[in-house]
Design a protein around this ligand. Structure first.
Ligand code: AMP
Length: 284
């Protein structure tokens, strides 16, 4: 397995692989890989001949007061994980390689998903975040030209937006949705879990517990999302600062007041200053 830092170099490699008839799989990540990322890489290895894992902490998807500078960067350990799973290349460009000569991001041509999809859930408090995501994914797709690209259902709004972008802009990659991976405790795996103290982690566990309580309530016959919301609130640790807990239709992402079709209960909350997201699908 090789680590490639330069766009031209990975382009040449991919071109040769494609000439040899190889199917290319891409797994976009920001690194600090865990078992959630590993499941995506495994999926790509199983479904493509050549797997490229990109490891890039994308500055343009972070807000000014977010954790871009302190985001964990662990390339060596990441490469080891990729190699063990059977990936072929890690593409780890620098910020200057991806955005050369860019003093301010307002100078950059951006891919902006429709407002209706970004002015909700995470996009409401992370203004511009999904423009940054859509732009970097577009760049990665243009550099790697993948036949398939694997994304996790942990970032369910991101997945929805990427699928829409691929359809609207006629990208040829097939988007593979991969299930959310949790710790045994129920906590959704996230690179940001590294920031949590023991006390934070204990409180953070109540985020998934709240989602499981929603599922339980639904299975016991509660369909009214207001009641399900209240159930979840009784479970959340008081240390948790809720950003949102919303119920949206799995296909349209429109708000749901009564669950009659597959629905996503999505939550974002801060614990000890660390922003975590999680979701569960009910009514399937
Ligand atoms: P990130 O490095 O956080 O940008 O995530 C890269 C990819 O891994 C995204 O498609 C995420 O949805 C996916 N991912 C992150 N955490 C998990 C998880 N716990 N389960 C499944 N996929 C995940």
């Amino acid at each position: 397995m090789k680590i490639i830092h330069k766009i031209n170099e990975i382009r040449e490699i991919i071109q040769k692989e494609k000439q040899n008839g190889k199917k290319i799989g891409l797994v976009p990540t920001m690194g600090c890989l865990h078992a959630g990322h590993a499941s995506l890489i495994k999926k790509s290895v199983e479904n493509a001949d050549i797997t490229v894992v990109s490891v890039f902490v994308n500055p343009i998807q972070f807000g000014p007061n977010e954790d871009y500078d302190k985001y964990p960067r662990t390339l060596e350990a990441d490469a080891k994980i990729c190699e063990e799973i059977g990936a072929d290349y890690v593409f780890a460009p620098s910020a200057a390689e991806m955005y050369p000569g860019l003093e301010k991001f307002s100078d950059l041509t951006m891919v902006c998903p429709p407002y209706a999809l970004t002015d909700m859930l995470c996009g409401k408090s992370r203004v511009g975040h999904f423009d940054g995501v859509a732009t970097v994914v577009t760049k990665l797709f243009n550099i790697i030209c993948p036949d398939i690209a694997c994304f996790g259902m942990k970032d369910i709004q991101q997945l929805h937006i990427i699928k829409k972008m691929v359809k609207d802009l006629n990208f040829s990659a097939d988007i593979i949705s991969c299930p959310l991976v949790r710790e045994e405790s129920g906590l959704a795996l996230s690179s940001r879990n590294k920031y949590l103290s023991e006390a934070d982690k204990k409180a953070a566990l109540t985020i998934s517990k709240a989602l499981f309580a929603i599922k339980d309530g639904y299975q016991k016959g509660i369909k009214d999302t207001k009641l399900l919301f209240d159930t979840a609130m009784t479970v959340l640790d008081p240390m948790i600062e809720l950003d949102y807990l919303e119920f949206v239709d799995k296909e349209t992402f429109e708000t749901v007041s009564e669950i009659n079709s597959p629905t996503i209960a999505a939550i974002a909350a801060k614990v000890g200053g660390v922003r975590l997201i999680d979701n569960i699908i009910i009514g399937e």
